[in-house]
Design a protein around this ligand. Structure first.
Ligand code: GN1
Ligand code: MG
Length: 373
């Protein structure tokens, strides 16, 4: 059912009266609107989102996580960089004090203050911004080091359990309800042949080489806001999946989305290759913040995680294509298959360049101040 978005926004403790709510076409999961509220002469902007409760089964837990993490980050920054602390994502509570509002149909809505004078990029525009984006994900890890992972709910269980994703893929493939497997046979074969990739990180978690930390878990390039004028990092957004995880997942998603200049759904696969100068910038930016505390096991698996997270994303897009596009919002027929093909090409490119990429990572961590090794 359609809901009047300005009325929904009026249920939150914002300043003034919401007058407009314009849809924003971004993200594959939630519905997003920019709300303008007027208070006499003054106008302020907010971001209103309807949380997808098919994907997030317990939106109240999602909001509890986000409030916990944003408050922790703001407190952590308040002394070192008070101006930056002011520009962090801020949840505006509902008038009843909750972190969300429920509409009459039971839908969950939330409101954030709009982060002004900041931009996001769907593809990476320069090595300078790649460095800064990776530094921001590193800073995120650093600021959350003293928050125990157990403080957060696991809002989507097994989110980066690639073996579980693979099992689900196999179930969907066995049914092939839409008869789409035939045209995707190359991608299906690739997934099945590379299944062993799924087992590497779980083993290292069990030996303690990869500690559980708080991770963003959706570390796409367009989830970092950069100052519109200077390009300096402002904050991370889309904190829905912030929960216990691995630091290498976040770097891995950066390799996927910022280590290659092409879009996630680029159809010209000749453009889908790892750019070593971008990888170098990502490595340096991430090492700058995390060098002093990442374990040797983590440092050694950052590039592998790039391959794995891209492989996982291949599995997820391909599964959704076979299942009839039920999870990711699509904008054209075959969109999920296109996305899957792009991921497959990128996995192949990472595999080809893996050794030189690992050398770059090693150098970046050796050069970062306070290296603990
Ligand atoms: C989804 O929220 P959005 O659209 O940025 C997905 C991520 C995927 C990503 C692929 C909760 O993220 O895991 O990596 O699409 N989020 C969820 O672009 O499934
Ligand atoms: Mg998301």
């Amino acid at each position: 059912m359609e809901h009047n978005r300005t009325t929904i926004a009026g249920h939150f403790a914002l300043r003034g009266k919401p007058v407009t709510a314009a849809p924003v076409a971004t993200g594959h999961i939630n519905d997003t609107y920019v709300v303008t509220a007027r208070d006499g002469e003054r106008a302020a902007r907010y971001v209103l989102q309807r949380i997808n409760d098919h994907v997030f089964k317990d939106p109240a837990q999602v909001m509890a996580n986000i409030i916990c993490v944003t408050e922790h980050i703001r407190a952590g920054l308040s002394r070192a960089d008070p101006a930056l602390a002011q520009r962090q994502l801020t949840v505006i509570p509902a008038k009843d004090g909750q972190g969300y509002h429920r509409d009459p149909d039971g839908g969950f809505w939330r409101l954030y203050a709009y982060v002004e004078n900041a931009v996001t990029y769907d593809t990476i525009p320069s090595v300078t911004l790649a460095h800064e984006a990776a530094r921001m994900f590193g800073l995120f890890q650093r600021l959350l080091r003293d928050l125990p992972p157990s403080a957060l709910h696991e809002t989507i269980p097994g989110f980066h359990d690639t073996a579980r994703r693979l099992r689900f893929f196999q179930q969907v493939l066995a049914k092939d309800v839409f008869n789409r497997a035939r045209e995707a046979s190359a991608e299906i074969d690739f997934v099945l042949k590379n299944a062993a990739l799924c087992d590497v990180l779980p083993h290292l978690m069990s030996t303690g080489d990869l500690p559980i930390r708080i991770a963003h878990n959706d570390a796409k390039i367009n989830n970092v806001m950069l100052d519109a004028a200077t390009g300096t990092g402002v904050c991370l957004i889309d904190l829905d999946t912030v929960m216990p995880g691995l630091s290498v997942y976040d770097f891995g998603d950066l390799v996927r989305t910022a280590g290659c200049p092409a879009a996630e759904d680029e159809r010209d696969l000749s453009k889908v290759t790892v750019d070593i100068s971008l990888l170098d910038a990502l490595a340096q930016g991430f090492a700058e913040e995390t060098g002093p505390f990442l374990t040797p096991g983590e440092k050694d698996h950052l590039v592998f995680a790039g391959k794995l997270i891209t492989f996982e994303q291949l599995i997820r897009f391909l599964t959704d294509h076979l299942a009839g596009d039920v999870y990711y919002r699509i904008h054209r027929e075959g969109h999920n298959l296109d996305r899957a093909r792009t991921q497959m090409k990128l996995v192949q490119s990472i595999a080809e360049k893996e050794e030189s990429m690992n050398r770059i990572m090693k150098r970046a961590f050796q050069n970062s101040d306070g290296d603990a090794d």
